[in-house]
Ligand binder design. Structure first.
Ligand SMILES: Nc1nc2c(ncn2[C@@H]2O[C@H](COP(=O)(O)OP(=O)(O)O)[C@@H](O)[C@H]2O)c(=O)[nH]1
Ligand SMILES: [Mg+2]
Length: 226
């Protein structure tokens, strides 16, 4: 290997190492505080913020939820979430295509998490780079809306391989688009045989309570009651 290639490989390895170290620091901070964390990833416009709003409007323990919003620019999503009366902070990544672990750690250190039991992180919208970056989350959730096409798990396998849950969103639009539910389920399971799949519409609410129940059972599993 050429010296410059070796230096590049060494630098890439040390960057990856620091990403993993910081994500472990986040994981430890969350564990110490008994906080269960979700990392929501999808293309822009798949319905991440709308789903968070649909969950919050049904969740009795809203006072125990904190939300971190990730976008290149603006506070638009944080403002939407703030209307639900929950603890929310916006991260602007400017040109960054995912939330960096150090950005999340700094955000968490600025927030009052004393009552928080559930942390929802909405990552920057795309199916590529967030897949490569652990944020110390307990569960990684990928959303795919029915308007995006049923072949996406075949084209972007890494995010489906690394996610615990796939949520197929905007099911109210199924009558209007060509989208084969069996095909997408098969494609997702090729990428990841263990992925759990939910179908829902954040607009009509169909399927939202079932996913909310699952979030609660995930959280309970992390914090077994005496
Ligand atoms: N019909 C329909 N539209 C939805 C649904 N969820 C989100 N949308 C719409 O999709 C657009 C993008 O939603 P948003 O939550 O901002 O997507 P994000 O970029 O992933 O956060 C908005 O116009 C939403 O009203 C849904 O379940 N059904
Ligand atoms: Mg959003």
């Amino acid at each position: 290997m050429e010296t410059t290639d070796k230096m590049r490989v060494d630098v890439e390895r040390s960057i990856q190492q620091s990403v993993e170290d910081i994500s472990e620091t986040i994981r430890a901070l969350l564990a110490e505080r008994g906080i269960f964390a979700l990392n929501l990833i999808s293309s822009p416009g798949s319905g991440k913020t709308t789903l968070i709003e649909a969950l919050l409007s049904r969740y009795e323990g809203k006072g125990t939820v904190a939300v971190i919003e990730g976008d290149l620019e603006t506070e638009i999503d944080a403002d939407r979430i703030r209307k639900h009366g929950v603890n929310v902070l916006q991260i602007n990544t400017r040109s960054g295509c995912h939330i960096q672990p150090i950005q999340l750690l700094n955000a968490l250190r600025r927030m009052d998490l004393s009552d928080t039991r559930l942390l929802i992180v909405e990552n920057v919208g795309n199916l590529v780079c967030p897949a490569e970056v652990p944020l110390g989350e307990d569960k990684r959730i990928v959303l795919l809306s029915v308007t995006e096409g049923d072949e996406k798990p075949l084209k972007y396998p890494l995010i489906f391989q690394t996610s615990d849950v796939l949520i197929i969103t905007k099911t109210d639009l199924l009558p209007y688009v060509k989208f084969d539910m069996d095909r997408v389920r098969r494609a997702a399971r090729i990428a990841n045989p263990r992925i759990e799949i939910f179908e829902l519409s954040a607009v009509t609410g169909e399927g939202v309570p079932a996913f909310l129940d699952r979030i609660e059972s995930f959280g309970d599993a992390k914090r077994p009651r005496p």
